[in-house]
Write a protein that binds this ligand. Structure first.
Ligand SMILES: [Zn+2]
Length: 471
């Protein structure tokens, strides 16, 4: 009997050359001139999925979105766990040519590392589903996967997934699932497999305080009418207390406090805070909400951030005025089950209740915002994914992490209505979105293997096991 590992090893060299051929297609979604290449990349993936055995493969095209790939392989068992895999086949632009020592679209393998745009983000991680599935079939002796498998690989994620809603609507009937597997993320580092269980949401606004209708002489009027800049500063400062807690009533509704276990897991992550402060944070000290560690502040706590502030006279010299207006740009990162609409209302009410007579505040929200993605860390799908990664990395310890950023994942959960897990093997060293993007082949090999283990693990949990007792 072949094991998943043996099957991956047997097919790996051929898989690497398939990945290299795919990476050679410059599917840059941001560049309108590259549209034919985005289509060629979708066609390439579709063909590879057909060769792997998927009976249903379609390249989805429309006048709005760039070509996406849909594939389906039923398990043959009507009670099988249904899985939707999400990822993308478009890539970031490869500008800054002089900084690429390895050409972005002529992939090379040097010392067991593949260089090329998309080798990691996200072609390497999506291609893992090809060999991973083959290995699953060989190891299980099945002629169809043990789970009902659907793939949705979009072509404009690197451009902000502007049409993901349209794509999900169009496929609504075909995306029924008991679990969503996102393969577009990574692990803590090459020696520390981990599973992301949360991403923050986001709402953004411009806050304007309007005072007198004309700039006033600060000698003749100053002190007798409210100054909009002073008032804006007062309103903004009121959003936090001395300890960094957000004071907006109802703001923390839906925030989920970490359990002791979760806190212990976060505390155990190999995170070097002083390196982080002087390195990526380019700062002299860490600061944030009292009672939470730096990783907790990024992963599980919401923020009220001021991104910009302007108003009054900012030219050379001085100007003695009480200005008419003051403006700030604000963003709120959301976590847990915070609801963007409720947050927008809470923030509006907060400023409206505090503004002085004679001044008006307006809040312009940029959009409806993005909901946070919260995965129950105790969900059986999470545990199954931890086991699959653990089997590929030969460890019983697969850490759970939460990421501070925001993506289309919450849209997928809302549209499909199933728990989400993340299976990807990118690391911070891969230089994704930067020149000389790369992916170590040993990690990609583990990624392929983890896919093979995951289908076995999810099938073993069963559909009832994934939905039972979730109250
Ligand atoms: Zn990506």
């Amino acid at each position: 009997m072949t094991t998943e590992r043996e099957a991956v090893a047997a097919g790996f060299d051929k898989w690497v050359s398939t990945l290299a051929d795919w990476v050679a297609i410059p599917s840059v979604s941001a560049d309108p001139a590259r549209r034919p290449e985005v289509k060629a990349s979708a066609d390439f993936l579709a063909e590879a999925l057909r060769r792997t055995g998927f009976p249903v493969v379609r390249v989805l095209e429309s006048n709005s979105y760039l070509p996406a790939v849909y594939a389906h392989w039923p398990s043959g068992d009507p009670d099988a766990v249904r899985v939707v895999v999400y990822g993308h086949h478009d890539v970031q632009p490869a500008d800054g040519e002089e900084r690429w020592t390895h050409p972005p679209f002529s992939p090379q393998v040097i010392d067991d590392v593949m260089y090329g745009r998309g080798a990691s983000d996200d072609k390497g991680n999506i291609a893992a589903h090809l060999l991973g599935l083959t290995a699953h079939l060989q190891a299980s002796g099945r002629s169809a996967p043990a789970v009902d498998l659907t793939l949705l690989v979009e072509g404009e994620e690197e451009s902000g997934s502007p049409h993901i809603g349209e794509l999900l609507d169009e496929l609504a009937d075909q995306l029924t699932a008991d679990a969503i597997v996102v393969s577009d993320t990574g692990i803590f580092n090459a020696d520390t497999p981990s599973l992301c269980v949360g991403m923050r949401g986001l709402v953004s606004a411009e806050l304007q305080v309007h005072g007198p209708d004309v700039d006033l002489h600060s000698g003749v009027f100053g002190g007798a009418v409210a100054n909009p800049i002073t008032e804006l500063a007062r309103l903004l400062a009121a959003m936090h207390d001395q300890d960094g807690h957000i004071t907006i009533p109802r703001f923390y509704d839906g925030v989920i406090e970490p359990t002791d276990d979760e806190r212990a897991v976060t505390a155990a992550l190999p995170f070097d805070e002083s390196k982080w402060i002087s390195g990526p944070a380019a700062s002299r000290a860490a600061w944030g909400e009292a009672g939470y560690s730096t990783l907790e502040r990024i992963g599980i706590r919401p923020t009220a951030e001021i991104n910009g502030i302007f108003g009054g006279y900012t030219g050379p010299g001085g100007k003695t005025i009480v200005p008419t207006d003051a403006t700030a740009k604000l963003t709120f990162r959301l976590v847990g089950q915070q609801d963007p609409a409720a947050i927008r209302q809470a923030v509006s009410d907060f400023f409206a209740a505090r503004v002085r007579d004679g001044l008006t505040v307006t809040l312009d929200w940029e959009s409806d915002g993005v909901a946070p993605l919260y995965t129950d860390p105790t969900h059986p799908a999470t545990a199954a994914t931890q086991r699959a990664l653990g089997a590929a990395f030969d460890t019983d310890t697969v850490l759970l992490t939460r990421e501070g950023g925001s993506g289309p994942e919450a849209d997928l959960v809302a549209a499909i209505g199933a728990p989400m897990v993340f299976l990807g093997v990118m690391t911070e060293e891969d230089q994704i979105h930067a020149p000389n993007e790369k992916a170590p082949l040993p990690l990609l090999r583990k990624g392929c293997e983890a896919v093979a283990h995951l289908w076995r693990e999810l099938a073993a949990v069963g559909r009832d096991g994934l939905v039972a007792d979730r109250g």
